[in-house]
Design a protein around this ligand. Structure first.
Ligand SMILES: Cc1cc2nc3c(=O)[nH]c(=O)nc-3n(C[C@H](O)[C@H](O)[C@H](O)COP(=O)(O)O)c2cc1C
Length: 165
């Protein structure tokens, strides 16, 4: 018995996620794309994972460079999410946010809610996506509200929704 794709997507879209920009080195420059499939995976060792379309050049670039950053967007960075969700060749320059090299050499967003600078430990096939796992070597986090994606649209948490207790 197979589940129709639309039914699957309708169920998957009920799940709220944050929105990140995942970035890696690519030749002399970088590759970056908007990704909601991020998970904080393990504390010992410190591992995060991201699911990336398996034909994306990012999978090749992350494997080749061995480094990756995950940058969590603030609620007011929808424009940044849209920019890095467009195909790379259609993005106008300059980017709406600066990218800086950190410890691993992976570019991180100069302005975002938090970032994780990682060394790639494995790239695991997962159907039409690849699960890229990274060992976290540096992090930074700040204050603010995250950008949220749910039901196929961007959302922000209101003060009332932030605390249910
Ligand atoms: C809110 C949002 C979440 C996304 N999440 C993912 C994701 O988890 N994995 C992924 O591979 N693509 C995801 N995408 C799509 C990529 O951002 C998009 O396909 C990519 O940036 C296009 O560039 P490319 O053609 O260079 O790969 C998401 C897009 C949006 C708008």
């Amino acid at each position: 018995m197979s589940v129709p794709t639309e039914e699957y997507l309708a169920a998957a879209r009920t799940f709220p996620t944050g929105v990140t920009v995942v970035a890696t080195r690519y030749r002399d420059g970088f590759q970056a794309k908007t990704v909601s499939a991020f998970t904080s995976l393990s504390l010992d060792p410190l591992l995060v994972g991201v699911a990336i379309g398996r034909h994306s050049p990012m999978v090749w670039a992350a494997r080749a460079s061995g480094v990756l950053s995950v940058n969590v967007l603030r609620h007011d960075q929808r424009g940044v999410a849209d920019y890095f969700a467009a195909p790379a060749q259609r993005r106008e320059l300059p980017a709406p946010v600066g990218l800086l090299r950190q410890g691993t050499g992976a570019p991180v967003l100069g302005d975002c809610l938090s970032w994780f600078d990682c060394r790639v430990t494995s790239v695991v096939p997962g159907g039409d996506h690849a699960l890229i796992l990274g060992r976290v070597v540096a992090v930074r986090s700040g204050e603010g509200r995250p950008l949220v994606h749910q039901g196929g649209t961007y959302r922000a948490l209101s003060d009332e929704q932030r605390n249910l207790s």
